[in-house]
Structure formats: structure tokens, C-alpha cells
Design a protein around this ligand. Structure first.
Ligand code: FMN
Length: 248
């Protein structure tokens, strides 16, 4: 039996499939994303949680190739600066990566955060950055909905925010949070590029979970949680009960 408010097994499978199957996409086919699909992604983003229901996000849709070429120039300049921060052989590896799809993707979307939206915002006084956190949640909604629709999204942060703001004409209280490349991908890889190519490994989840305090170990009732975290079993619909038995 599922808890009263759980989604159906099929719905749950879909949610986890989008979470685990989402990838940062850098190679795109040129086919445009249909308006109705794009509208669904934007509406999914617009239903993200936000501090004090501030909804600080805006979405700038960019298809113009000349404008995208200028953003790409900003990327190249910033990538060159960033490369200098890595010693060899990492620098060469970094420069060999394709870290954007600005010109390949048919659509770019800049997601911004209006720091002044809504005046005094409930819940933001002690943590002023919660406006940007909220914008990030909208981006994640967009990314997951895109995966569900078979649309690829790649986040490009190798851009100088001031130069990007000037290029896109952002008002003084609005900051860019994400520059996204959006379109149908050539593939959704099984693993992150940076993992598959040995740049960095996925951290072990059990080392990131603390019990009662930083560094706290799983004593008492937490032992079962720690064991389950170690197993890290992905969602499987329950057999029987609320799920049709699988065919023999
Ligand atoms: C805030 C943020 C900024 C990122 N910036 C870039 C970027 O500039 N270029 C890039 O290729 N990937 C970028 N990524 C994608 C990450 O490299 C990617 O999410 C990570 O390697 C895990 O891979 P996955 O998203 O495919 O699971 C960014 C992701 C986030 C969340």
C-alpha cells in the first residue's frame, strides 16, 4: 500500500526517471522546440517554490543568431580566463571539453532574478540570497520538465555576469542566474560528462548524510536509515498491492 498522498507507481517512476535521466546537454539537433512544449517548460519553471512567493524569475528567450554569437564570444573570453586557473594537464583537458551549445541549440534562455521584486519579502530578511535560490528552483523545474519532454538543457556559467547583463539590457535590480542552451539533444548520456571522462567522481551519498549534528554517526533508529542510504536503491514500483503484477 502506498501512503495516502503518494503519486501512483507510474507517476513516481516518471518523476524519478526525469531526475536520474536529466543531463547537462551540450550537443543539439537544430530542430526547434515547438511553442506548446516551450510554454509547458516555462510554466513548470513558473510553478517552482519561491521565498515569500516572490517569483523573482524572468525568462529571456533568445533565438537571434547574431546575439547568440556575441554571447558565444563572451563565453570564449571567459573560458580562456578560467583555463589559466588550472595547472596542466587539467588545463588542456578543460579546453578540450565542449562546455556549451550556444550556437548549436536553436534556443537560448537566460533566467534572471529580480532582487527588488515584491518589496519586503516574507522569509527573506535573514537569508537575502533566498531570491537567487528561488530562481535556481525554477531552473531545475525547467530542466526536469525538459527531460520529461525529451528536450535537452545545458547550463552555461562560463560568462561574465556584468557583460551578459549589458548585452541583454537587464535593468539594475535584475541579475542573470542561468544561461541555458535548449533544444533536442543528440543523446542523453547515462552519466555526467565530467564523471565519464574522469574529471570528477560522484561523491558517496552516505558520506554526505550527518545525524543530529555535523559529523554525527547513525546511532539508534538512524542505523536503518544509514543502511538504506548505503544501498541507494532507485525507485521500483511496489509489487502487488497498488501495482499490477508483472507478466510472467
Ligand atoms: C550552476 C551550474 C552551472 C553550470 N555551468 C556549466 C557550464 O558552464 N558548462 C558546462 O558544460 N556545464 C555546466 N554545468 C553542468 C554541470 O557540469 C553538470 O550539471 C554536472 O557535471 C553534472 O552533470 P549532469 O548535469 O549531466 O548530471 C553547470 C551546472 C550548474 C548546476
Amino acid at each position: 500500500m502506498s501512503p495516502e498522498f503518494a503519486l501512483s507507481p507510474e507517476q513516481r517512476r516518471g518523476v524519478y526517471a526525469a531526475i536520474y535521466g536529466r543531463r547537462d546537454v551540450r550537443h543539439f539537433r537544430p530542430d526547434p522546440v515547438p511553442p506548446s512544449v516551450l510554454a509547458r517548460l516555462l510554466d513548470a519553471a513558473h510553478h517552482a517554490p519561491s521565498v515569500g512567493f516572490m517569483q523573482p524569475w524572468d525568462f529571456i528567450l533568445i533565438a537571434d543568431r547574431a546575439l547568440r554569437a556575441r554571447v558565444h564570444e563572451l563565453f570564449l573570453a571567459e573560458r580562456a580566463r578560467a583555463a589559466e586557473t588550472f595547472p596542466e594537464p587539467r588545463r588542456s583537458q578543460y579546453l578540450a571539453y565542449k562546455l556549451e551549445g550556444i550556437l548549436d541549440a536553436p534556443l537560448n534562455v537566460c533566467v534572471t532574478c529580480d532582487l527588488a521584486r515584491g518589496g519586503v519579502v516574507l522569509g527573506r530578511r535573514s537569508m537575502p540570497d533566498t531570491d537567487v535560490y528561488s530562481a535556481c528552483l525554477a531552473i531545475q523545474n525547467f530542466w526536469l520538465a525538459a527531460r520529461a519532454e525529451g528536450v535537452g538543457v545545458g547550463w552555461v556559467s562560463i560568462l561574465c555576469p556584468d557583460q551578459l547583463s549589458a548585452l541583454l539590457g537587464l535593468p539594475p535590480t535584475v541579475v542573470p542566474v542561468a544561461y541555458l542552451c535548449v533544444g533536442y539533444p543528440e543523446a542523453f548520456a547515462d552519466r555526467p560528462l565530467l564523471e565519464a571522462t574522469g574529471w570528477r567522481e560522484r561523491l558517496s551519498l552516505d558520506r554526505l548524510v550527518h545525524y543530529e549534528r555535523w559529523g554525527g554517526t547513525p546511532t539508534g533508529d538512524w542505523a536503518a536509515v544509514a543502511a538504506a542510504v548505503c544501498e541507494r536503491a532507485p525507485f521500483e514500483p511496489p509489487r502487488g498491492g497498488d501495482c499490477a503484477p508483472s507478466p510472467a
